[in-house]
Design a protein around this ligand. Structure first.
Ligand code: ADP
Ligand code: MG
Length: 728
């Protein structure tokens, strides 16, 4: 008899075991049982052949319609036409005439291969196949197949779906009683089968309801383990000891608030209180602050940093790009005024020193800042990855603020936290709205604050599509509109996916390098490029306007100068790549034209257009696209034009991403413990699992009374420790 830990070769033999390991990394019975079917074919119901797409790897159930053998180019060609009753598909075999005796008209079988197109007809060349036993000989059928429902597995060339099915049969037939890690009260509550029956019912269902319930139970398992892991992780944070960072006399905070030219929104007030409470705890804050671009996150974060400085500590703000770090620096210096000038002649009695640390500083300048951080003279430092480098140490780092979390890995975040003596408080800011289920899973160990309203006085951005294929003259009108906007004294961004189109095909390495500079480079096709478009406009459609370019291949000095010139109105039109995507804030910019809009993701477009309409002038965004009407791409762009609801757009974005992207790439990997769970589809299950997990941990925080459950959680922890929490 086999247990879950039994090596697979003891059940299926050495040769098959070797193929299982090579194809899917499967080495144990447990791993094989967790190789779940993609779907089920129903015996007697043939696969709809008309739905097959070219290039898909398919496994279909079909009936042989006719067979013919001919000779061409010195080869025997056996052509077998299979049918689902209406559509046909042809299978071809070269020099395998002997197969004719098996492949008789009328027989039904499973056929697997890659759909190709030959002379306009779809076909499978050299498919693998397994004929279903003839007639009503049910016993023979059952001997070879599970039953009426034939599971279709992820397969490999060496291991077609039905071979997996046969292995599964061997395993389930020899499976001993297996212990179930799921607490009985939970299986009872949801009327779930026990683990062994869940495995049997997902692989050899008697009916589809059985399969569905088994799938649900196994999916729930994954959600529950994940929630237990996150719950424990939270508990570990709470156990950490850190300094209380509530100032006795919040002088800086008070002086800052007196300087603020506006009142906090209600949302900001609420978040300020949440953060204040967090900072008063003995364990470090772990908070995610989400809010649309312009919702006032930076102001909230700055207030938190000042509290920490008031209590004698230091705060660091980590930004993903140099442009953004520089901008934060400028914004913060402006908001603080003389409060940021401690130690200089401009400084007043109250104040701190604020520094910018980026990679492009000279090493002398860096050293100077390093010294001020180590001595504690500098209260607030803003920077890029340079903050994480070896030379940096802090006198007393109390708070780490990370801006635009999706660009940072957990490792980088942690590297900065390692520079603190006690675990520092952590505030992560993101402008990408995070749907609820993603918040509960991917960010489940963070508390979440949301700024929903934008500070008053803003008019919403209008977004329109310019389909250049159908209406090329719309583009001329767009440039006309740019001129009008500038005539009104406003400024305009034009965003293009490329810096320059190369005159040769790029290598993979070069493409990667370009992507790192913020260019869209999925392929070698030419696209609108900043360095080509800008001169073209400056001498053509936008003649007479001040046009400048901004992109990742410029030196940071150049970028900084351009941004500063744009910010104070010297530049009217800025042609840029997505370097301007994050956080850039010029209230006088009222219009954006995005070229080749189909090259950008939904959330990215939403982020980009958030750059305009930040002042009191209405914002306008034009999406220029050569996508065809009626395509999915066009639908996507229409969705962006139709709504300003970031949560809705994040959802659309998520739906279009491939499986596995959300919970980390490890999800699609061979041995992942998260195989079935999908954050969007399984919202209800995740919700239930969260409630159950919290209830379990409430009575038994360490799970000491549930050793099997704990063992499963630990397996997940081991496997996911590096991979899935890392959302950058
Ligand atoms: P975010 O970081 O979320 O993009 P910011 O904190 O940079 O938003 O704020 C965007 C703009 O709105 C800034 O110019 C900021 O000074 C301003 N702002 C922030 N809070 C308020 C408020 N309560 N009332 C008016 N303006 C505000
Ligand atoms: Mg910001």
């Amino acid at each position: 008899m086999a247990s879950l830990e039994t090596r697979i070769q003891n059940v299926v033999g050495d040769r098959t075991a070797a193929v299982l390991e090579k194809s899917f990394g499967i080495t144990t019975v447990n791993e094989l049982l967790r190789h779940y079917p993609r779907r089920y074919e129903v015996r007697g119901e043939l696969t709809d052949i008309s739905k097959l797409l070219a290039d898909d790897e398919v496994t279909i159930l079909a009936q042989i319609d006719r067979v013919s053998l001919r000779r061409a180019n010195g080869k025997n060609i056996l052509e077998v036409v299979v049918t689902d009753g209406s559509a046909n598909l042809s299978l071809t075999f070269f020099n395998q005439a002997w197969r004719e005796k098996d492949l008789k008209a009328g027989r039904v079988g499973l056929f697997a291969g890659k759909v190709g197109v030959f002379k306009g007809k779809r076909q499978l060349a050299h498919p693998d196949y397994q004929l279903i036993p003839d007639g009503d000989d049910v016993d023979a059928a059952v001997a070879e197949f599970a039953g009426k429902y034939l599971p279709v597995y992820p397969a490999s060339a060496k291991l077609p779906s039905w071979k997996v099915m046969q292995c599964m049969k061997l395993v389930t037939d020899s499976l001993d009683e297996i212990p179930d890690y799921l607490p009985e009260q939970i299986t009872k509550k949801y009327k779930y089968p026990d683990l062994k029956h869940a495995f049997i019912n997902i692989h050899q269902p008697k009916d589809l309801l059985d399969a569905q319930i088994a799938t649900e139970r196994l999916t729930f398992d994954e959600a529950l383990l994940l929630q237990l892991l996150l719950g424990q992780r939270r508990a570990e944070i709470v156990k950490l000891n850190t300094k209380n960072r509530t100032p006795n006399t919040p002088v800086l905070v008070k002086a800052f608030e007196e300087r603020l030219p506006f009142k906090y929104t209600q949302g900001q007030q609420l978040v300020n209180q949440e953060i204040e409470k967090d900072l008063a705890n003995k364990y470090p804050m772990h908070r995610l602050l989400q809010g649309e671009v312009g919702s006032g996150k930076t102001v909230v974060a700055l207030r938190a940093m000042l509290s920490v400085v008031d209590s004698g500590g230091q705060a660091a703000l980590l930004a993903p790009t140099e442009v953004l770090a520089q901008q934060h620096f400028r914004t913060i210096k402006k908001l603080l005024g003389e409060l940021a000038e401690a130690g200089t002649l401009q400084g007043g009695v109250i104040g701190t020193s604020v520094e910018l640390l980026t990679g492009s500083l000279t090493s002398a300048a860096k050293k100077e800042i390093h010294a001020k951080l180590a001595s504690g003279q500098t209260g607030i430092v803003i920077g890029t990855h340079a903050l994480i480098s070896d030379g940096v140490s802090f006198a007393d780092l109390g708070l780490v603020v990370v801006d635009e979390q999706h660009r940072f890995g957990v490792e980088q975040r942690d590297a900065l936290r390692m520079k603190a003596k006690e675990p520092p408080h952590l505030l992560v800011m993101t402008a990408t709205p995070i749907p609820r289920t993603v918040a509960m899973t991917v960010f489940g160990d963070l508390d979440i604050s949301t700024l929903r309203e934008l500070p008053g006085g803003r008019t919403p951005i209008q977004t329109h599509l310019i389909p250049v294929k159908e209406k090329p003259h719309y583009l001329d009108r767009a440039w006309q509109r740019v001129k009008e906007e500038v005539a009104k004294g406003h400024q305009v961004y034009i965003v293009a996916p490329r810096i320059i189109n190369p005159d040769k095909k790029l290598t993979e390495r070069e493409i990667l390098a370009a992507q790192l500079l913020g260019e869209e480079y999925l392929d070698n096709e030419p696209m609108t490029a900043v360095e080509e478009l800008a001169p073209q406009l400056a001498t053509g459609a936008l003649k007479g306007l001040t046009v400048a370019v901004l992109h990742g291949r410029q030196s940071s000095d150049e970028k900084d100068q351009t941004m500063a010139a744009f910010a104070n109105g010297q530049i009217q039109v800025l042609v840029a790549t997505t370097v301007i995507e994050v956080g850039v804030d010029v209230p006088n910019a009222s219009m954006m034209v995005i070229m080749d809009a189909e090259r950008f993701g939904v959330s990215q477009l939403h982020q980009l257009r958030g750059r305009v309409g930040r002042g009191s002038v209405p914002g306008l965004c034009l999406l220029v696209t050569s996508a065809d009407e009626g395509t999915q791409t066009m639908e996507r762009l229409n969705a962006v034009a139709a709504t300003l609801d970031g949560f809705e757009l994040a959802r659309i974005d998520l739906e279009q991403r491939k499986e596995g992207d959300v919970l980390g790439s490890s999800q699609s990997g061979g041995k992942s413990h998260l195989r079935l769970l999908r954050v969007l589809r399984d919202e209800d299950l995740i919700e239930k699992a969260r409630t159950d997990a919290l209830a379990l941990l409430e009575v038994d925080a360490t799970l000491k009374n549930q050793p099997q459950l704990l063992a499963e959680v630990n397996k997940l922890k081991e496997q996911e420790s590096s991979a899935f929490m890392d959302k950058s």
